[in-house]
Design a binder for this molecule. Sequence first.
Ligand code: SAM
Length: 221
Amino acid sequence: MFARIARRYDLANRLLSAGLDAGWRRHLVAAVRRAQPRDVLDLATGSGDVAFALARALPSGTRITGMDFCQPMLDEAEKKKSARDAHVTFRPGDGLALPLAAASVDAVTIAFGLRNMADRGRALREMRRVLRPGGRLFVLEFSQPARWFRPLYFFYMRRLAPSIAGWLTGDRAAYEYLCNSIDEFPAREALAGEIRAAGFARVAARGYTLGVVALHEAAAD
Ligand SMILES: C[S@@+](CC[C@H](N)C(=O)[O-])C[C@H]1O[C@@H](n2cnc3c(N)ncnc32)[C@H](O)[C@@H]1O
């Protein structure tokens, strides 16, 4: 499915979120920067927007790996790579069985990707496995917004967004799935519980844009 929408994925993101997605990723990058990691895995990197934003915000000695199991998404990322992104490497890999050694990275980021993992618990345990002691996890994902805003928000997500995206990408069904998966995704507290259950400590969450999106941070102690 991601292979089908890869070519127009960035454009659809910008339009469907009215440009807010870039700001949400900036919050993620600012949080990673505070952790001062040397090796970062950006899992479910897609067309690489988080990996590139990290490359621009972190010192040039930081190694950044963008990983995804969808080669057409990685091809889009490679097309966007410029000279200043020299320390970003894109690699194919499945979040449910990461092709990385245990305790080999300082930070794992995952933006709008955990929702799409076929087995969320297993994906979180894999992220925990590859983090070094003291490493940090950063999950940016859609969440459940403020109660009063939900009717309007879900009308947009269920009715308008799939039509707009269908027109843009020619694949309405893909966006019906993506928008529905937002409905079903756990609220902040419940996701924090899943992150703890995967072996993380000190889980903290912040909401953005009336809680439409949340950033969870956790430590691999
Ligand atoms: C909605 S996109 C998010 C892309 C990017 N992180 C962003 O912020 O725009 C979700 C990505 O998750 C990837 N994905 C889903 N399941 C995966 C898995 N098991 N392993 C690796 N990547 C996966 C998809 O291929 C897709 O590129």
